[in-house]
Design a protein around this ligand. Structure first.
Ligand SMILES: Cc1cc2nc3c(=O)[nH]c(=O)nc-3n(C[C@H](O)[C@H](O)[C@H](O)COP(=O)(O)OP(=O)(O)OC[C@H]3O[C@@H](n4cnc5c(N)ncnc54)[C@H](O)[C@@H]3O)c2cc1C
Length: 338
């Protein structure tokens, strides 16, 4: 690396920023890369998430084909890590899941991953009785979970070892980065609402309860956004809520009570589980997720934000596209035309 190497900034240290930084380092070896962010690991939305690989229909790219490509590319990115001995350090684990409904067969299906994951099937009659009475429909599938409490520090460590720099600060405008960086990746999640004045980006408030449940080895989903997802450290995530356009970061005791009640109805053994924490996160919801280059105030910016409730699972696919755009952007002389 020398002083003539391109200078690249990644704004954001959540799962999207960290994954972009990791891929930039792999693709562009001779570069100076700095991650700039005002919140890291535990303080990011990424760390609130259980991080299961299960996309919902609100996850959308600009076309159906791009959405599917992002999902597939992400799956194989995670599989490559899962094959290595690093997987537990990176927070990755395989998870088997049941999803049940009393109301609708289609909510138990998932056309976005049925051809991707090793198993996705309808349940047998006996399996419908696994979580109490009354379940009419169900599916079983195998997937993975990415715990950002481990993944983010794992990426950060290797990023620094390879010469990457970290700068802890808030960026108020792209103009403040002019002449300091040749290329900027904007991975600010909900922060892009202010930074870009993006009115299409909306908070989708979520709340979860983290409980000690080392005995929970599978994920279970029920109606009304009810889920329990095991973790590598024996701490399970219970959820959840999706509150559109709500910016309240405080824990709501009524949400907690409703989550606990719904989860215990599904799996009564959870009544005995010790509560470790209540967490709130504002999902950066945008349709479509924004992955595109733009010159802002003379700065070459590639945006990569707005992943809603699916940013952990889909960060890699979108990051790969963002980095491809960034490489082309670096080569182009578009700034001189502005
Ligand atoms: C309850 C809940 C459950 C979820 N479950 C799942 C799940 O199971 N699977 C899944 O895939 N996804 C899940 N998600 C969604 C997932 O958490 C998000 O999509 C993802 O974390 C978004 O990542 P991000 O890196 O874009 O944002 P963040 O994690 O919010 O990171 C944004 C980064 O940008 C920085 N930043 C912002 N503005 C600025 C600025 N102006 N200057 C400097 N730095 C700035 C912040 O400091 C931070 O470092 C869940 C979310 C919630 C809330």
């Amino acid at each position: 690396m020398d002083n003539n190497s391109p200078k690249i900034a990644v704004i954001g240290a959540g799962v999207v920023g960290m994954t972009v930084a990791k891929i930039v380092q792999q693709e562009l070896r001779n570069t100076n890369i700095t991650i700039i962010a005002d919140a890291f690991t535990e303080d990011t939305v990424s760390c609130v998430a259980a991080g299961i690989f299960r996309p919902g229909t609100s996850f959308k790219g600009p076309t159906k084909e791009i959405t599917k490509k992002w999902i597939n590319d992400s799956w194989y990115f995670w599989q490559d890590i899962l094959k290595t001995s690093e997987a537990p350090l990176a927070g990755l684990m395989p998870v088997s899941s049941y999803i049940f409904s009393k109301e609708n067969y289609f909510v138990t299906r998932n056309h976005l991953i049925e051809d991707l994951v090793p198993i996705y099937r309808s349940v047998e009659k006996d399996e419908l009785k696994l979580c109490g009475e009354g379940w009419k429909y169900g599916s079983y599938f195998s997937t993975i979970k990415i715990g950002c409490d481990r993944y983010l520090p794992w990426v950060e460590k290797s990023f620094i070892e390879k010469g990457g720099k970290i700068d802890v600060k808030k960026i108020d405008s792209f103009a403040s980065l002019l002449s300091k960086f040749d290329l900027v990746f904007n991975c600010t999640g909900l922060g892009a609402k202010m930074l870009c004045g993006d009115h299409d980006l909306v908070a989708l408030r979520g709340q979860v309860i983290k409980v000690k449940a080392p005995w929970l080895k599978m994920a279970f989903y029920g109606d009304y956004d009810t889920y329990m997802i095991p973790g590598l450290d024996g701490v399970a995530t219970l959820g959840g809520v999706r509150q559109y356009d709500s910016y309240n970061k405080d824990v709501c005791k009524y949400d907690s009570a409703a989550i606990m009640e719904r989860c215990c109805q599904l799996l009564p053994a959870l009544k005995q589980a010790e509560v470790v924490a209540h967490r709130v996160g504002l999902r950066p919801h945008r349709v479509p997720v924004r992955v595109e280059p733009e010159v802002v105030d003379g700065v070459k910016v590639v945006h990569c934000y707005g992943h809603g409730g699916y940013g952990v699972m889909c960060a890699p696919g979108t990051a790969m596209d963002a980095v491809r755009m960034g490489v082309d952007f670096l080569k182009s002389n578009v700034r001189s035309k502005m």
